[in-house]
Write a protein that binds this ligand. Sequence first.
Ligand code: ATR
Length: 276
Amino acid sequence: MKKYVVIGDPIQHSMSPVMHNDLFQFYRMDAVYKAVHIKKGMLKEGLQQLREMNVAGFNVTVPHKTDIIPFLDSLDPLSEAIGAVNTVVKENGKWIGYNTDGTGYLRGLLSELTTLRDKKILMIGSGGAARGIYFTLAHHGVERIDIVNRSLDKALNLKESCPYSVNTTIVDKWTAEANCGEYDLIIQTTSIGMSPNVEESPLDISNISEKALVSDIIYNPLNTKILQDAKSKGARTQNGVGMFVFQGALAFEKWTGIFPDADRMKRNVLKQLGGN
Ligand code: ATR
């Protein structure tokens, strides 16, 4: 039986095991997926445990996405540029790192929008998740991606480290709030608004266009404060379930060669989250 795991800290609430085990059963594969708790600073010992278990592949989540890199045998170019890995595949005995977060986000987005090329985008945040999304969208080709972030230096570093060219202005919060009506798409990548801090929002979007889409990568809660604000202004919204499902689907494809039924995965995740 092939073994797959997700490593992180905390990890007990991860929905990945239920999502992947359902797929292994559905496709009649002799494989199992488990959550393995590895504390920050204990990666070396934890990875030794995975080698002893002879895992065929694994997912990596907070706080290990960057720290894992020195322990891998090689990285694909996108995960190398992003500087973060969320999926590891064992190929010919070697551990190869990939990043399916940005591509997973893009797949989810393309189920809402037919084209991105003409879109003016405002991205909130400049952390690890933002890097994956920014690089992937820049590579895909969009009209503009402006960035608003609490720390301007991190936003600048994100822009400057991107290997793909895209029009970007780093804007402060007040400018972003005043001009948010200019954007077709606002992407929220920070942890602000995540449970239990469900009353918080990173940006006042009162000036948003009703034609805009607001996309939050948070899925707990499904309807964050910024998404509620967007709905009250008549704008469209997307929660983080799509990104979560597609990053998992792309990891599953890397491990098995099968791109799984994403609608089935989504129904399964929503069942766990108590949404619909
Ligand atoms: P991840 O890797 O999950 O994206 P991260 O690297 O810790 O997480 O990044 C979190 C993002 O949320 C960053 O953009 C961070 O802003 P800074 O770059 O200024 O740190 C943003 N963020 C988190 N908490 C915040 C808060 N209370 N106010 C404003 N921004 C916050």
